[in-house]
Design a protein around this ligand. Structure first.
Ligand code: BES
Ligand code: MN
Ligand code: ZN
Length: 498
């Protein structure tokens, strides 16, 4: 979708919906005042009557707007101007876009200037708005006869002041971020009979071709040659036409000698739990267990399209975790790629087995820094709730880079401890380690397991089991896949380039 920018007077913009942002203390002297005059004082009257308060993400439509060129006006509340953050600005824009995109063929103009953006600069506001236009107009219901959201027929962002070329660049960046988030969301939202290791790999090849990236796909025989015994064990219960894949998508934005960032993703395209079978309730959303891999792909695509001067490789470990006569079993002892033997005590702790081999592969391929993303543990959701990503690391400086990237991107990350005693929980009587660490601190023992496979490479593990998938729709966010952490990874890559 092409989003244009304009600095026309608000009353003159022709479109189906004119979206007008205003804070709780709107400035009626600026462009908002001019609009008020064109609307014969409607805005002042609504404020006076207490019907228009400007509360965060509050929406008030005017279905009939004589005096302005637009068919309708939608007031979008931004809350208190001194409390406005990137995340709040995004919440408001998402709510507005979700409302105006519920009909097909709709044209929208979103007016930004004169609303008092507090700490959010006008170019950041333009970027956020562009992202919201792209993300808010795509739902999780693409397979419904009557979807709830439609791409906008035309969209423009109206700014009264500021450098026009700066605004256009911000809108371009916001568009790329939105499209990358939607790529991740689409992969996660599609059903598991459509997205399996082979079809995911094909999609990655298409993305690579679209954006000029190198792509390598390892199939079963390659993975056997690579001795990825842990990943292969998880996959072995699947039918032969649902075999495993490891995909590496690389973007070289810096010189040969520049360090390489590896973004590693868990791509379990369906997690039944295996013989340690999940309940139906626990299994319903397990198409989303490849969100880590989808995020890695979305992030590499974004970093490449933004032409960031960094070298990045996205590694996706793609398997199904299924039940059959050939499934791996409790008591099996696996040999991971790095030679570590693992006693399987629960086949539902499969993500760490997949990541063990892919992390080790990334290290051998020359990763200088690693970040992995995985819907790894329910325990992380118990610890941090559904909207916060857990971070686990062997290198405080690299972890600080990721957490501050998240802060810039307006995403929620919280660092968890990595004390040695959590590693002791993984001891086995019959192998080098076992694949579960007991009930308490389950997100941390899972991270301690992964740590065994990264050698000494600076590494951050992001457990996205909670925030990658929303259980229900809300006014400012579609349920299903969220595309969380795409922006954080882009910010982290950008900060490495500095
Ligand atoms: N994919 C799940 C984790 C998960 C749970 C993601 C809920 C999203 C929502 C993972 O493979 C899993 O099953 N983990 C187990 C680990 C346990 C067996 C040690 C869990 O969290 O129960
Ligand atoms: Mn599992
Ligand atoms: Zn899983």
């Amino acid at each position: 979708m092409d989003i244009s920018t304009s600095n026309a007077a608000w009353k003159d913009v022709e479109c189906n919906w004119l979206v007008v942002g205003l804070t709780e203390s709107p400035d009626l002297a600026g462009p908002l005042g001019e609009l008020d005059t064109a609307l014969s004082g409607t805005i002042s009257r609504l404020i006076e009557a207490g019907d228009l308060k400007g509360k965060l993400a509050e929406l008030l439509p005017l279905h009939d707007a004589p005096g302005v060129a637009a068919d309708r006006v939608l007031f979008m509340g931004l809350g208190k101007s001194d409390e406005l953050t990137r995340a709040r600005c995004e919440k408001a824009a998402m709510a507005a876009v979700r409302k105006v995109s519920s009909k097909a063929d709709t044209s929208v103009a979103i007016c930004l200037a004169g609303s008092g953006f507090g700490s959010v600069s006008s170019s950041v506001a333009a970027e956020i708005t562009a992202t919201a236009i792209i993300v808010g107009s795509q739902g999780q219901d693409s397979l419904k006869a009557e979807p709830g959201h439609f791409p906008l027929a035309a969209a423009s962002i109206v700014v009264a002041d500021g450098d026009a070329s700066e605004t256009a660049a911000a809108v371009e960046r916001g568009t790329i971020l939105g499209e990358s988030i939607n790529l991740t969301r689409d992969l996660v939202n599609l059903p598991p009979q459509m997205i399996y290791p082979e079809s995911f790999a094909k999609r990655a090849q298409t993305v690579a071709a679209d954006f000029g990236l190198d792509v390598e796909v390892l199939v079963q025989s390659d993975l056997e040659a690579e001795k990825m015994g842990a990943l292969l064990a998880v996959s072995q219960g699947s039918s032969s036409n649902r075999g495993p894949r490891v995909v590496a998508v690389s973007y070289q934005g810096a010189g040969e000698d520049a360090p390489t960032l590896a973004i590693v993703g868990k791509g379990v395209t369906f997690d039944s739990g295996g013989l340690s079978l999940k309940t139906s309730d626990g299994m319903i959303t397990m198409k989303s267990d490849m969100a880590g891999a989808a995020t890695a792909l979305g992030a590499v695509a974004a970093i490449a399209r933004l032409k960031l001067p960094v070298n990045v490789v996205g590694y996706m470990g793609l398997v199904e975790n299924m039940v059959s006569g050939t499934s791996y079993k409790l008591g099996d002892i696996l040999t991971a790629r790095n030679g570590v033997t693992i006693e399987v005590q629960n086949t539902d702790a499969e993500g760490r087995l997949v990541l063990a081999d892919v992390l080790n592969y990334a290290v051998d391929k020359g990763a200088d820094r690693i970040v992995d993303l995985a819907t790894l543990t329910g325990a992380c959701v118990v610890a941090l709730g559904e909207e916060v990503t857990g971070a686990f690391s062997n290198d405080q400086e690299w972890c600080d880079t990721i957490t501050s990237a998240a802060a810039t991107a307006g995403e929620n990350i919280w660092q968890m401890p990595m004390f040695d005693h959590f590693g002791d929980l993984l001891k086995s009587d019959v192998a080098d380690c076992r694949n579960i660490g007991g009930r308490w601190g389950g997100a941390i023992s899972a991270a301690k397991f992964l740590e065994k496979f990264v050698e000494k490479t600076p590494w951050v593990h992001l457990d996205i089991a909670g925030p990658s998938f929303a259980s229900s729709n809300s006014s400012h966010r579609e349920g299903g896949a969220t595309g969380c952490m795409v922006r954080t990874l882009v910010e982290a890559a950008a900060s490495l380039a500095e």
